[in-house]
Design a protein around this ligand. Structure first.
Ligand code: EPU
Length: 335
C-alpha cells in the first residue's frame, strides 16, 4: 500500500508550537518503506517528536512522521544487554522502560523530549553522557540509494550534537530501529557538576533509579516543559574554540565557563555567554530566551518562524559583539 500524503497542520507536531501546514504521511509499518523510496526518493523530511525542529509556515518538503513501535531485548551477552527500539518510540518512555526491565545505563538521558529515531541524529547528550557511548548500531534506510543499512557507531560520524544523519540532510536517512549496548557492570556517571551536587545523591552509592530521579528533577527545575511553554531545548550549540582563543577570553572574563575537550579545544557555555550579553529572560515580540536557562528559546504564544529567526539573530549578534564568538543554531530547519 503506497503511503498517502495529506495536507495538515504541523502545529501540534513541533514543541516550539509554530504554525505550519504541509503534506504529511505517517509511517507505522516498515514494510511500506521500499515503496516510499521508489516514490519519494530522498525528498521527504523525516519528523520524529518535533522537539528539535524550526518549522517554516509552508514548508516545500513533504513530511513523514515516524510512528514505528516496539522495544525488545535482542541479545543477552555475558557483559551487555543489547536492546532494540523502533524509531517512533518516545525517548523518555524507552529510557523508563529499560530501567523498569532492569537494563540501566541510559538514566542520564532521561526526560529528553523526542523519539528514539531522532536520538542518533543529533547524538543527544546530557549530564555527562552522550548517546554514542551506549549505541550498538542504527538500522536505517538510505532513501536515495533505496536500500536498508546497519550502521555501526564508527559509520555514524558522531560528534557533539552531530552525526552523518544530520550532516547528510534531512531527506537522506530514514532511521527505523536503534540498538543499544547497555553494560551489565553498571557504574553511575556522576561527572556533571549539577548531578554530583544533587542532594539525593549525597553520601549514598546511588542506584540507577536514584540517578534517573535526580536527572528528572534537575531538568524539571531548569528547563521549561514544552507542553506548558513552547521550546526546542537548547537553541544553540555550545561553541567550541581553540585553546588560545579561550585563554584570551578568560583573561577578559574571569567567570567564563570553559570545558576543555579531548582534542585540545575548549567548549564554552553558550547559556553563560547569552546571559552575560543581556538576553536571559528577555523577550523580542512573542518569543524570548528562558528566564532559568538562557540557551532555551521559548514561544510565549502566537510566534511564527520569522519571530524565532529575528530573536536568534539578535542573540547571535549580541554574543558576537561582546565575545567575538559565533553561535550555531541547534534545531534543524523544515523549509
Ligand atoms: N549558564 C549560565 N546561564 C544560563 C545557562 C547556563 O550561566 O542561563 C551556565 C551554568 O551555570 C553552567 C553552564 O552555563 O555553568 C552550563 O549550563 P548547563 O549545565 O545548564 O548546561 P548547558 O551547557 O547550557 C547542555 C546541553 C543541554 C543539557 C545540559 C546538561 C547543549 C547545547 N545543551 O546545556 O541539552 O541538558 O548541557 O547536560 O549542549 C538540549 O540539547 O536541548 C539540552 C537541553
Amino acid at each position: 500500500m503506497p503511503i498517502a500524503f495529506i495536507e495538515q497542520s504541523l502545529q501540534p507536531c513541533n514543541t516550539l508550537g509554530l504554525p505550519a501546514r504541509a503534506q504529511v504521511a505517517v509511517l507505522d509499518d516498515e514494510a511500506a518503506v521500499p515503496d516510499l523510496c521508489r516514490e519519494q526518493g530522498g525528498s521527504v523530511f523525516i519528523l520524529g517528536g518535533g522537539s528539535n525542529v524550526l518549522m517554516c509556515a509552508q514548508p516545500r518538503h513533504r513530511v513523514l512522521r515516524v510512528a514505528l513501535r516496539g522495544i525488545r531485548l535482542m541479545r543477552d551477552t555475558a557483559d551487555h544487554w543489547i536492546i532494540e527500539a523502533a524509531a517512533g518510540e518516545s525517548w523518555h518512555g524507552f529510557v523508563t522502560h529499560c530501567l523498569d526491565q532492569g537494563w540501566p545505563g541510559l538514566e542520564n538521558l532521561a526526560l529528553i523530549p523526542g523519539t528514539v529515531g531522532a536520538a542518533p541524529v543529533q547524538n543527544i547528550g546530557a549530564y555527562g553522557l552522550e548517546l554514542d557511548q551506549r549505541l550498538h548500531s542504527v538500522v536505517a534506510w538510505d532513501l536515495q540509494a533505496g536500500c536498508e543499512r546497519t550502521l555501526l557507531p564508527s559509520d555514524c560520524g558522531f560528534a557533539y550534537r552531530d552525526s552523518v544523519f544530520k550532516r547528510d540532510g534531512a531527506g537522506r536517512w530514514l532511521i527505523v530501529r536503534v540498538r543499544f549496548a547497555l553494560p551489565k557492570a553498571w557504574v553511575p556517571r556522576l561527572d556533571y557538576p549539577d548531578l554530583r551536587a544533587h542532594p539525593a545523591l549525597q553520601g549514598v552509592a546511588p542506584t540507577p533509579r536514584q540517578v534517573y530521579d535526580a536527572v528528572c528533577d534537575i531538568r524539571r527545575r531548569k528547563l521549561p516543559d514544552p507542553a506548558v511553554l513552547g521550546n526546542a531545548g537548547s537553541f544553540f550549540k555550545n561553541p567550541v574554540v581553540d585553546a588560545a582563543r579561550a585563554d584570551a577570553l578568560k583573561r577578559c572574563f574571569a567567570d567564563l565557563r570553559v570545558y576543555p575537550q579531548a582534542d585540545g579545544r575548549v567548549k564554552l557555555a553558550a547559556g553563560w555567554l547569552i546571559e552575560q550579553a543581556g538576553w536571559k529572560g528577555r523577550r523580542l515580540g512573542p518569543v524570548g530566551m528562558h528566564e532559568r536557562q538562557a540557551l532555551v528559546l521559548v514561544n510565549h504564544g502566537g510566534a511564527q518562524a520569522a519571530d524565532v529567526r529575528a530573536l536568534a539573530q539578535a542573540v547571535r549578534q549580541a554574543v558576537r559583539e561582546r565575545f567575538g564568538v559565533d553561535l550555531e543554531q541547534e534545531p534543524v530547519v523544515l523549509d
